[in-house]
Write a protein that binds this ligand. Structure first.
Ligand code: ADP
Ligand code: ZN
Length: 706
């Protein structure tokens, strides 16, 4: 059997498995049913892909999303793996061709939609061949309790029961226990190996901001993240369109996406995003399912999401490649009112209200946000993550008793019959008609809170609502009401502690400051990264495949740091397997070599650049002596460069610089003097054999003895 780790290196170009991947692969290879729960980007696909390559027969992957199928198959092909898909987008002729390839065993992995799988045609085909495994991707679709139920998924369990001794692998990023049990039961998995990964995504930085000046903040943000892909989630279709419009007016290329558009339009937008033709998508939550794009660098929530499940899934689309990514959520009282309004009309009111409250708790949190998220998913996490706004910018508490007393007494004086906006106007002493008409200027609290801005008032009211000091009558004009607890503040002098609102500049500035003092080498790496990205984009257009399938951002970042200039070095880069080396290796090396040479011409020496310069001139058929003159170096230095390059596997004909007899003589001398220093050997031959020949001989001799 082929070793999984060998496939990982040769095909995918990765050095080692992640925490649970190997365990899952081994279970499947042993023929066990396996359930894998991992967050988005956790690396689920490699599990069944490698297991299928290790076992006899063809791996059958059932996947509900056509875009995802296409993406994975393209990605496998680019790694030199024989994979195809069968779904409703193909002509009968195409399907027939694939079927015949399945029969003659020239395909290792076949992706099928559940609808196609259930046809007689495919059933008969599968019955005739050897199957290595059934992988059921997005397995939560089987659960009626889940958010993505697909009726066809129910039939899969019975269907695959007809195929004895074929392991079933179910994969999902939905973690809850009910769904988990449902999957095992529906797929009739026998004593399954259940592998549950941590749902933490440490590379995603979590940030929440109050929603004032939302658009300006977004503008600053996208300008600071130039040329990066990102999604802006909005609650309404109208907002997606207006934000995209406003961004375009500012010269930023953005598109919108929502369920009200034609299927064709939606597909085009998605395609533009996947292929880096447009960087920013303003979308409703209809967008993102079935997108595998690994280089989404940020996700902004323009509005508060309905629940944490949805929120986590949406931000999880960022940073699949493991590189740093940002999540930014705007939080406003209006959204809470709006969402509560939707919930009023639902028949699951209590559950939904509860979920929304948990979402608010997250947004309001004064402790590490990651703790709230992971605890919500029942995962133990009790340290501070250091990668959220609360950790980086701990909120400053202050004694807010007087502010609270003013607010509560304003509510009291309007007989608990007014919404937030009126109360703030009263506190701030507004002279607008509605206030005057109601004679509120005569209230004792009128103007009592002029010293606090309207925005801060809103923020403090929200905190008091969340503390239980104030209640909102969502079903009755959103009037604010007093509670048992508010009486204690009003009449028993109970202390209230509040925090000041976070300022966008603070959250964004700490980030900028942190990344500011860049070393010279990282600035250069950035410059090279841009060039590598440009080459990737060019190739993507040429071949009609998404850029991230060619190489992930993570792979390009590693290239720009390690500067591989030869195939063996390039193969060491994570994400460069043999197939990608053959297709793309040399052209990326060329860009790196050119860059390194430019740098050394500018006097900015890169590690190893002196060798590359020599190598470059050697490639132009110059002799070592000519190279020495050109580079103003000693010829011995050039010979030693060539010997070094040779040792590194570069194709250099060293033997043309030395006779075999000389090598033989030097071999004898090495036996006496060792191979560490040249001088004793040079002296031994009374300086009749030149230094450079000794240097070259040592390389050739040590190669022989290895
Ligand atoms: P999931 O299906 O769980 O969302 P993917 O299978 O798409 O995740 O993997 C996410 C990213 O991580 C991909 O770019 C993938 O190539 C990469 N990856 C997976 N396993 C490894 C590994 N062992 N080492 C390095 N990168 C990996
Ligand atoms: Zn934190």
């Amino acid at each position: 059997m082929i070793q999984p780790s060998k496939i990982l290196k040769e095909k995918f170009g990765y050095d080692s498995f992640r925490a649970n991947q190997e365990k899952a692969i081994n279970a499947i290879i042993d023929g066990r049913d396996t359930l894998v729960l991992m967050p988005t980007g956790g690396g689920k696909s490699i599990i069944f892909q490698i297991a299928a390559l290790c076992r006899e027969g063809i791996g059958v992957v059932i996947s509900p999303l056509i875009a995802l199928m296409k993406d994975q198959v393209e990605s496998l092909k680019s790694n030199g793996i024989n994979a195809e898909f069968i779904n409703s987008t193909q002509s009968q002729k195409e399907v027939d061709l694939i079927k015949s390839r399945i029969k003659n065993g020239t395909i290792d992995l076949i992706y099928v939609s559940p609808e196609k799988l259930l046809t007689r045609d495919i059933y008969d085909l599968l019955k005739q061949i050897d199957i290595s495994l059934f992988a059921i991707d997005e397995a939560h679709c089987i659960s009626q309790w889940g958010h993505d139920f697909r009726p066809e998924y129910i039939k899969i369990g019975k269907y695959i029961n007809d195929f004895q001794n074929v392991p079933r692998v179910a994969l999902t990023a939905t973690a809850d226990k009910v769904t988990q049990n449902d999957i095992v039961a529906q797929l009739q998995m026998k004593e399954p190996e259940i592998i549950i990964d941590s749902f933490n995504r440490p590379n995603i930085s979590l940030n929440v901001l109050p929603a004032n000046f939302r658009f300006d903040t977004i503008l600053d943000f996208v300008r600071a993240h130039k040329d990066q892909s990102g999604i802006i989630y909005c609650l309404s279709r109208k907002t997606t369109e207006s934000i995209a419009d406003k961004l375009n007016n500012k010269g930023i290329n953005a598109a919108f996406y929502h369920a009200g558009m034609s299927a064709e339009k939606r597909e085009n937008v998605q395609d533009d995003f996947i292929n880096d033709r447009v960087n920013i998508i303003c979308a409703t939550i209809a967008f993102g399912m079935g997108i595998d794009k690994s280089n989404i660098r940020w996700v902004i929530h323009y509005n508060l999401p309905k629940n944490i499940e949805g929120y986590y899934q949406e931000i999880g689309r960022a940073g699949r490649d493991g590189l740093p990514a940002q999540a930014l959520l705007f939080y406003t009282y209006q959204d809470v009112i709006l969402l509560k309004g939707f919930i009023e009309e639902s028949n699951q009111k209590e559950i939904l209200e509860n979920k929304l409250e948990r979402m608010q708790q997250y947004a309001d949190s004064l402790v590490c946000r990651r703790r709230i998220l992971l605890n919500y998913f029942n995962e133990q996490y009790d340290k501070n993550c250091g990668n959220c706004d609360v950790c980086n910018n701990p909120p400053q508490q202050f004694d807010g008793t007087i502010i609270a007393q003013k607010a509560l007494s304003a509510i009291y004086r309007v007989n608990q019959q007014e919404p937030l906006s009126i109360l703030i106007d009263i506190l701030r002493g507004s002279g607008r008609a509605e206030i005057v008409n109601k004679n509120y200027q005569n209230l004792k609290t009128f103007g009592a809170g002029r010293d606090v801005s309207g925005f801060d008032w809103k923020y403090h009211f929200m905190q008091m609502i969340n503390m239980g000091l104030i209640e909102v009558e969502y079903n009755n004009g959103n009037h604010l009401k007093l509670t048992q607890q508010s009486n204690e503040v009003l009449f028993n002098n109970r202390k209230v502690s509040l925090v000041h609102p976070t300022k966008a500049t603070e959250v964004l500035a700490t980030r900028a400051e942190k990344s500011k003092p860049k070393s010279q080498s990282s600035v250069l790496a950035d410059e090279l990264f841009i060039r590598l990205k440009a080459l990737r984009l060019e190739q993507s257009r040429l071949r009609g495949i998404p850029p991230y399938i060619i190489f992930t951002d993570a792979t390009l970042v590693e290239m720009s740091k390690k500067l591989p200039t030869m195939p063996i070095d390039m193969l060491e880069i994570s994400g460069v397997g043999e197939a990608k080396m053959a297709t793309y290796g040399q052209m990326f090396i060329d860009v790196i070599v050119k860059f390194v040479n430019e740098q050394s011409n500018l006097g900015k020496k890169q590690k190893g650049s002196t060798y590359i310069e020599t190598w470059d001139l050697y490639g132009k058929d110059m002799t070592p002596e000519e190279i020495a003159i050109k580079r103003n170096l000693n010829p011995v230095t050039i010979y030693s460069h060539l010997a070094y390059l040779y040792e590194k596997g570069y194709s250099i004909d060293l033997r043309k610089y030395i006779f075999d007899e000389e090598i033989a003589k030097i071999t004898e001398a090495v036996a006496t003097y060792g191979n560490k220093a040249l001088k004793p050997i040079y002296d031994h031959f009374e300086q009749k054999i030149e230094y450079h020949k000794i240097r070259i001989a040592l390389t050739l001799i040590s190669e022989k003895t290895e």
